[in-house]
Design a protein around this ligand. Structure first.
Ligand SMILES: [Zn+2]
Length: 385
């Protein structure tokens, strides 16, 4: 492929909207636009990704860890478990195994939050029941969710259990018989009660009394109320224990590289650029580079070096080497810069002096050395590099 056919536009400056180094290099090297559209050079890469990127994956999706990535994932450094945060599994440990005590209604003024309640009662948040109230979109049924006070609901897990929901309005909460800030499922009529699977193993929780300003202490699932659905509803967090191997889980930002139905080429390119660049541009491995060789000529004084380079181009191409031939009559420095930016593994330079001895200059992208290689040994060199 020739440089001019690909319409490559390299850039001298980092784009001012670059969120990461990798993105900046991709734009400067002409793989993508500032608007993150893939250019022909990027398409060459996307066609042939192999194992050049360290990834995390599960049976549905593949991720690349990146601090600016928009997908939060939970992963286990020990067994490599990886999952979107909102769906990740972890081990839940009951806070206590004490016997159920008698329920008691107590005055708890100004305690509409878990923090305030735990402070007021001098108990840990683990001993409280957090109430979250929704309305199911499909049938407008009031959905009352209970999770332990120290935990965070995963709305995605709730959705998978009951279908789409929205936050309940003040009117809906009132007509269900609940009191906002002081709510519990005890005594509600007609509500779809859904509790996290840790709740039946959590005795003597403080919960709302459905009476503003009052809570019940020592509520117990099974004795005081029960649920239509008991399932895992909790969002995983860093430090939770892996359900597969018990190791502490980590929370990280990532790019989604592929799902069961789609491959996200822009993200794959970005992941490649993040892991393969130096201070001059991209440094792509052969398995991911759009071309094996960046071939260029340095305009000669007496010799038509471009015609010689064209011959080399044809020879390499017919031997199966993927070549990007920079056939522009630019200064050598400009082409060297572009070669470094674009990041093909090998650069071959056809210059007058070496050509007189039937040789060309060859330099690996990651190497500081320039070698002289016989023209008739070039195919073999390029194929094994
Ligand atoms: Zn694990």
């Amino acid at each position: 492929m020739k440089y001019r056919e690909l319409n490559i536009q390299t850039q001298r400056e980092f784009p001012n909207n670059a969120r990461t180094q990798g993105f900046g290099w991709l734009v400067r090297a002409g793989y993508i636009t500032r608007e993150n559209e893939i250019l022909p050079l990027g398409e060459q890469v996307a066609k042939q990704i192999h194992d050049s990127i360290p990834t995390l994956s599960n049976e549905r999706e593949t991720y690349f860890q990146l601090s600016t990535g928009s997908t939060e994932i939970i992963h286990c450094p020990s067994c490599k478990y990886a999952e979107r945060r909102e769906l990740a599994q972890f081990i839940k440990t009951p806070f206590s195994d004490e016997a159920p005590l008698a329920v008691e209604k107590i005055l708890t003024p100004d305690c509409p939050t878990i923090e305030a309640l735990a402070n007021f009662l001098s108990i840990p948040k683990e001993k409280t029941a957090k109430a979250l109230m929704f309305t199911r979109v499909a049938d407008s049924r009031f959905v009352f969710v209970v999770v332990r006070g120290d935990m965070t609901l995963s709305e995605e897990k709730l959705r998978r259990a009951v279908g789409d929901v929205r936050m309940a309005t003040a009117e809906e909460i009132q007509s269900a018989g609940a009191a906002a800030g002081y709510a519990s499922p005890i005594g509600l009529k007609g509500a779809l009660i859904v509790v996290d699977d840790l709740i039946p193993r959590s005795p003597n929780l403080a919960a709302g009394a459905n009476d503003a300003g009052y809570h019940l202490v020592n509520t117990n699932y099974g004795r005081d109320y029960s649920a239509e659905i008991v399932t895992d509803l909790i969002q995983a967090d860093a430090g939770h224990l892996c359900a597969k191997c018990n190791h502490a889980l980590e929370l990280t930002s990532a790019l989604l590289l592929s799902s069961a139905s789609e491959i996200y080429f822009e993200n794959i390119l970005l992941a490649l650029a993040e892991t393969h660049h130096d201070d001059k541009g991209l440094t792509l491995p052969k398995s991911a580079a759009p071309f094996d060789v960046y071939l260029m000529h340095v305009p000669g004084k007496q010799m038509d070096t471009r015609a010689q380079a064209e011959e080399i181009y044809q020879t390499l191409k017919s031997a199966g080497v993927k070549v990007l031939f920079d056939d522009r009559d630019e200064r050598a420095g400009v082409k060297f810069n572009d070669a470094d930016l674009i990041g093909c593994p090998i650069r071959i330079t056809a210059g007058e002096k070496a050509l007189r001895e039937d040789k060309v200059e060859v330099k690996g992208r990651m190497s500081a050395q320039v070698e002289l290689v016989e023209r008739n040994a070039l195919v073999e060199y390029a194929l094994k590099a």
